[in-house]
Design a protein around this ligand. Structure first.
Ligand code: ZN
Length: 134
């Protein structure tokens, strides 16, 4: 964004980052950030997440803790619930979570229970590995 109009895409420059993200992964991270902005615009907490399956977003999660007055409605669980509703199943095997912050223990447990394969978080897409239930 900051480089927009300069003709130089910062992400394209070689750098020493340990992360080698594909353009597609960057899109998912950007979508999670968009969910975060949506949450903030609605007066909620600054968190966002998306759940991805086979290269497509199947669940969108802006934080809804304040708007819905639901302490469980963290961005990651909102994205999970959205995907489960859309797909008509609680089994999210084969899916990957992208969120703007590292999922809290309760969200990670929910992701593990739903068989989510992997989670990435933060602006650089840090690899959180397979969600664990403990
Ligand atoms: Zn959480």
């Amino acid at each position: 964004m900051g480089l927009a109009g300069s003709g130089v895409a910062g992400a394209m420059l070689p750098h020493a980052s340990a992360f080698a993200l594909s353009d597609r992964e960057r899109q998912f991270i950007a979508e999670a950030a968009r969910m975060k902005r949506e949450a903030v615009a609605d007066g909620d907490q600054p968190f966002g997440a998306v759940l991805v399956k086979a290269g497509a977003i199947i669940g969108y999660g802006p934080s809804r803790v304040i708007v819905d007055r639901n302490p469980d409605a963290h961005a990651e669980r909102v994205a999970l619930w959205d995907a489960q509703k859309r797909l008509g199943t609680t089994d999210m095997a084969g899916t990957v979570m992208y969120s703007t912050s590292r999922p809290c223990a309760l969200c990670e447990r929910a992701l593990a229970a739903a068989n989510v394969d992997r989670m990435y978080f933060g602006p650089d897409g840090a690899d959180g590995g397979k969600p664990r239930s403990s």
